[in-house]
Design a protein around this ligand. Structure first.
Ligand code: FNR
Length: 372
């Protein structure tokens, strides 16, 4: 058996292989946060396609935390119920259903990427007529120069912060009712929790800004809240940006050393896997890109913290993914765009890597004549 197809057991959750569908926003809800046929087919196809984990897109824990009015949400019971058939289908296909719990912070209230990704004020609408809303930020004065003015942005108060923590706790409870086995806290890509982590966007001088301990406090409190309600036998992941890629631009930014330190703290709080991406905080980031460019970040975290790590970014080939696991560079390989190009990437990887007939067994029975 290839290393990519060896199971990964985290707590009592057995993940059948090391391939995960990386969370990818589909911007395809009516403005109600409910999944549509698109989500059922999109997530369902990738489950048929052999991924060990199928993770939802960034799913907002409160309406204010959506990037666009068309994002998936998990702030009410109706949304949890509507997700149940999707998690059941993923499980039927042998995959593990995972949800990414998100809050977009000052990157919320925008038009969809294909409509320009522009900030929308509360009195404006997107091209589909969905209204904008007020957004929260750790430090509005440090809002990065993204395109377009950021209207209706407010510094998060103590009440807002407590509300966000409660929203994450409630969202995790609902995710459980929806049938998910893994909850991932989204603390990457310049969204709310990352905005608090980085000194570039966090200029607060209260308990939630300043020192490493204060900047990481919100993420730690969110993690504790999620862990409180997430069952002992099920894993929690946290996605972080391993670095802002801004060392040359700012005297202080978020970097890999802080990520390694944070990962150890999160492991102590019961996090099972750190999913390491990078950047997304500031338009001046100097990210190298290319195949495996984020792998060294995962390795650095793995060396410093006793926690499983996932890597993501530029993985397109089965042999490449297998080598990452075989060489101990990551425990899990998250695949994004290659899964958009080929929903059956998992099955294809099996065909490429396995010689003992195990690969064809993995195809759904309905499709098996294609490979026999
Ligand atoms: C993304 N990405 C992303 N990341 C995340 O943490 N939550 C999300 O909801 C999204 N949404 C999203 C939508 C689309 C269309 C793309 C292409 C990407 C980032 C994604 O998960 C992944 O980290 C990157 O795409 C890099 O991996 P690949 O695509 O090189 O495998």
């Amino acid at each position: 058996m290839s290393d990519l197809f060896s199971p990964l057991t985290l707590r009592d959750c057995e993940i059948p292989n090391r391939i995960a569908v990386s969370p990818m926003c589909q911007y395809s809800c009516e403005p109600d946060g409910l999944p549509t046929e698109w989500h059922r087919v999109h997530l369902g196809s990738r489950a048929v396609g052999g991924a060990g984990i199928v993770m939802t897109e960034a799913t907002a824990v409160e309406p204010r935390g959506r990037i666009t009015a068309h994002d998936l949400g998990i702030w009410n019971d109706q949304q949890a119920e509507a997700l149940q058939p999707i998690t059941a289908f993923i499980r039927e296909q042998g995959g593990v259903p995972a949800i990414q719990l998100a809050h977009a912070g000052h990157k919320a209230s925008k038009t969809r990427p294909w409509d320009g990704n522009d900030p929308i004020a509360p009195d404006e609408t997107d091209p589909d007529g969905a209204e904008g809303w007020e957004v929260i930020s750790p430090s509005p004065d440090a809002y990065p120069p993204f395109s377009g003015d950021r209207p209706a942005m407010r510094k998060a108060t103590q009440d807002d912060i407590e509300g966000v923590i409660d929203a994450y706790r409630d969202a995790a409870e609902r995710s459980l009712e929806a049938g998910f086995d893994i909850a991932e806290v989204h603390a990457a890509h310049g969204y709310l929790l990352h905005e608090f982590l980085s000194p570039v966007t966090n200029r607060r001088d209260d308990d939630y800004g300043g020192s490493f301990e204060d900047r990481t406090r919100l993420l730690r409190e969110v993690t504790v809240a999620v862990r409180e309600v997430w069952p002992e036998d099920k894993p929690v992941f946290v996605r972080i940006s391993g670095t802002d890629w801004l060392e040359d631009e700012f005297s202080a930014s978020w970097d890999v050393d802080q990520s390694a330190r944070l990962a150890a703290d999160l492991a102590d709080l019961g996090v099972d896997l750190i999913d390491i991406s990078s950047g997304g905080l500031h338009p001046d980031q100097a990210a190298p890109g290319g195949p495996n460019f984020q792998v060294p970040l995962a390795e650095a975290v793995s060396e410093s913290a006793d926690v499983a790590v996932g890597t993501v970014g530029g993985v397109t080939e089965p042999e490449q993914a297998d080598a990452l696991v075989r060489n101990g560079r990551a425990d899990l390989v998250l695949v994004g765009r290659e899964f958009l190009r080929d929903p059956y990437f998992g099955l294809r990887a099996g065909e490429a890597l396995e010689e003992d007939g195990a690969a064809s067994e993995r195809w759904p029975i309905q499709y098996r004549r294609a490979v026999q």
